[in-house]
Ligand binder design. Structure first.
Ligand code: UDP
Length: 250
């Protein structure tokens, strides 16, 4: 794969241009950060694992009719993606109370929400990714009301699909973060990644509140066994994809 110019280095990925201006190359790193990069470390093998999981989930979602930026993976930690203009929004979906929702509202961790909660945060590290109201989002011209309606509709569809998928993996999808971008035709595509770095995933075969954690909270909270948790998510995701393709080809 010919990497040309390094366009951007983020906390978990590096973005390169390619010979084709419509295609970018994303290289997933082992670097891990938390609390707005105040905590830094490495999770061995994370680059390959997250890229593999994200690729599997993007392909699964494409089959369910959700347009994504995914093209293919030339190597285990590399993903070719369609070039998009990223909307500077972190779209968070919550099915169960955890993390900042508990800290900011007092809801107990683990409380099942009556319906999925969709939240918008401004993607701006300098401002600490603040929670936005709908009116603030529109005030900042981050999306038009119609585009926002499309984003919410796609987001809820993704949540439904991923909840069902992770059930097959004996994993509870607690919450997750999505990013979207506009392609050259102004179509909204799911972009960035979906991985244990960007989701809260609880092992549904475990009841212990620490033992069940299979995502970046193991790193954030120093729970140990971070690598093995990520590996288990990868194994279960790939097994579920393989079962689904066997069922579909029968
Ligand atoms: N999340 C993310 N990137 C961010 C912020 C949040 O991927 O910059 C994910 C996080 O992993 C979790 C969900 O979004 O799955 C909700 O995160 P929350 O607002 O609870 O923040 P936290 O408790 O992680 O500070």
């Amino acid at each position: 794969m010919v990497q040309t110019e390094k366009l951007y280095e983020g906390k978990a990925k590096i973005l390169y241009s390619t010979a084709d201006p419509q295609i970018l190359l994303t290289v997933y790193k082992d670097d891990a950060t938390a609390f707005n990069a105040q905590k830094k470390g490495q999770i061995k093998g994370k680059g390959e694992i997250n890229c593999t999981i994200a690729a599997a989930l993007f392909q699964f979602l494409e089959k369910a009719g959700i347009p994504t930026h995914y093209i293919d993976c030339p190597q285990k930690n590399q993903m070719r993606v369609k070039a998009v203009t990223i909307i500077p929004l972190e779209v968070v979906v919550r099915n169960i109370a955890a993390g900042s929702l508990c800290r900011q509202t007092g809801l107990p961790e683990g409380q099942i929400l009556p319906k999925p909660l969709v939240e918008y945060y401004l993607k701006d590290d300098a401002l600490g990714d603040p929670l936005l109201t709908r009116d603030r989002l529109l005030l900042l011209n981050l999306a038009s009301p119609e585009q926002l309606a499309t984003i919410e509709e796609i987001t809820l569809k993704i949540n439904q699909q991923l909840q069902e998928f992770f059930k097959l993996c004996q994993i509870t999808l607690v919450d997750f973060k999505l990013e979207f971008g506009f392609d050259s035709q102004q179509q909204i595509l799911l972009a960035d990644e979906i991985s244990p770095d960007t989701c809260r995933l609880w092992d549904s075969t475990e009841t212990d509140p620490q033992a069940r954690v299979m995502d970046k909270d193991r790193f954030r909270k120093d729970l140990g066994q971070v690598e093995s948790a990520y590996q288990t998510v990868q194994q279960r995701v790939l097994a579920a994809i393989s079962n689904l393709s066997t069922i579909n080809s029968d």
